[in-house]
Design a protein around this ligand. Sequence first.
Ligand code: GTP
Ligand code: MG
Length: 326
Amino acid sequence: MGEKEGEKKYTIEDLPGVGEATAEKLRENGYDDLMTLAVASPKDLSEVCGIGEGAAIKIISAARKYADVGNFETGGEQILERRREIQKLTTGSKNLDGLLGGGLETQAITEFFGGEFGSGGKTQIMHQLAVNATMPKEKGGFDADVLIIDTENTFRPERIVQMARAKDLDSDNVLRRIHVARAYNSHHQILLAEKALEMAKEFPIRLLIVDSLTSHFRSEYMGRGGSLAERQQLLNRHMHDLLKFGTINNAVIAVTNQVSARPDVFFGDPMAPIGGNIVGHTATFRIYLRKAKGGKRIARLIDSPHLPEGETVIQVTEDGITDGGV
Ligand code: GTP
Ligand code: MG
């Protein structure tokens, strides 16, 4: 695509300082093409692949020069321009929007994590975001379509109808704009994320939801006793596919994750989000949710590079996500 006759097609081996061993390391960690590297952060690249940050910067800027995928920009300047196009999607709660500096950012991954079995209200928030993305811009939406990758079979159209009506939206129209794909296992989930790029050519998708990001990865790993390194690599690659989607389509990526109830068997610390560092490095915004009294949930922003840490209260009601008061 976009390649002229006789024009050289670059691979990651053409990047400065990338020999066979580094190329392998990059590929293993999901940085398998120029586009993925072009949108990577130097810090992530350096930590994940064990190279110096200076070397990572060189690799990324060369990747930006060489990347020639479809109508995607080639130079660093255009990428900066793209950063200026960032928009914010409302969560429905002024408290939570405020915590996030105005809402969920496009071109970034926002992770909602918390305990299992309804304690977090994560799936409820995903439903609300889907409805909100279809709303007009003056109401904090994108007037856009939504793609949900549903791994736990928890998508409920009836909830969309309730939430849409509460916002005086035509619920049929909202439902038509929400495309749902069930993912039956982690490989299927990865495939769906890749296919999402094609779907976005047909529909104006500006919100991609993965609920839950890690459940298949966890159960397959526990069930088969498979290799942890392999799982982590697949998850990392998947996260990069999601980020790529967000960058190319100026879309919000919202994912859910659970804290591990069995610290000994999966990915490290007690009460740590599943996927550990892999998910943490790639998600730009991470929100920890926990249950409070009376249907309220406390949302805490963790490790954000640009925003202060803080907590706020939201509420899950029949009408959807609202402020929880103080
Ligand atoms: P896991 O996926 O199991 O980790 O949970 P989750 O964090 O996704 O939780 P989920 O969003 O499924 O939250 C379910 C909770 O939302 C329920 O226990 C209710 O408290 C609340 N909820 C769901 N629907 C309604 C509704 O129509 N009205 C009200 N008031 N609350 C609701
Ligand atoms: Mg859920």
